[in-house]
Ligand binder design. Structure first.
Ligand SMILES: [Zn+2]
Ligand SMILES: [Zn+2]
Length: 165
């Protein structure tokens, strides 16, 4: 993935469009539920400025993964802005974009993926997919939002006690 820059490095403001793809990138172990459907692509523009090269571009990739709430298969599209300053490149006529792809791809991996923003998930009691229908389980009891609310009330009451003492 070496890009020849000999043609732009000596000319102030010269630009060059680049497009490189890398296949078979291995995902870190914590992302082993995800799978790339194709190559990871970096496209953008190199610009020469006073003996330095700057890159501004976009990294794209598509992942096959599972929804964190309902565990169905889903597709996640990565699209991430990339900027890189290669610094002074005196007497060098090529730059390597492979490490740039590797670094930016790892950063762009999603911590959570949902099949759709409003995914209702599955019932934690009977396993019913709540996107397809509802069950008769009482799920209110363990609603974490209510639990947090309860904690806040506790704290307020404790605060009052302290003031009185
Ligand atoms: Zn889902
Ligand atoms: Zn249920």
């Amino acid at each position: 993935m070496k890009i020849n820059i000999a043609d732009i490095i000596k000319e102030q403001g010269a630009t060059k469009w680049v497009s490189v793809s890398k296949r078979n990138i291995e995902l870190p172990r914590q992302f082993n539920s995800m799978e790339l459907t194709g190559p990871v692509t970096l496209e953008g523009q190199l610009e020469s400025d006073d003996g330095s090269i700057y890159l501004t571009g976009t990294l794209t990739a598509q992942l096959k993964t599972i929804c964190d709430r309902c565990t169905c298969d889903c597709i996640y599209n990565i699209k991430s802005e990339v900027t890189e300053d290669f610094g002074k490149l005196v007497d060098r006529f090529a730059i390597d974009l492979e490490p740039i792809i590797d670094e930016n791809f790892i950063i762009a991996l999603p911590m959570k993926t949902l099949c759709k923003e409003e995914c209702k998930g599955i019932c934690f009691k009977c396993g019913e997919d709540l996107n397809k229908g509802s069950c008769n389980c009482d799920r209110e009891v363990l609603d974490p939002r209510l639990e947090k609310l309860g904690l806040i009330f506790d704290n307020v009451e404790q605060g009052k006690d302290n003031e009185e003492v």
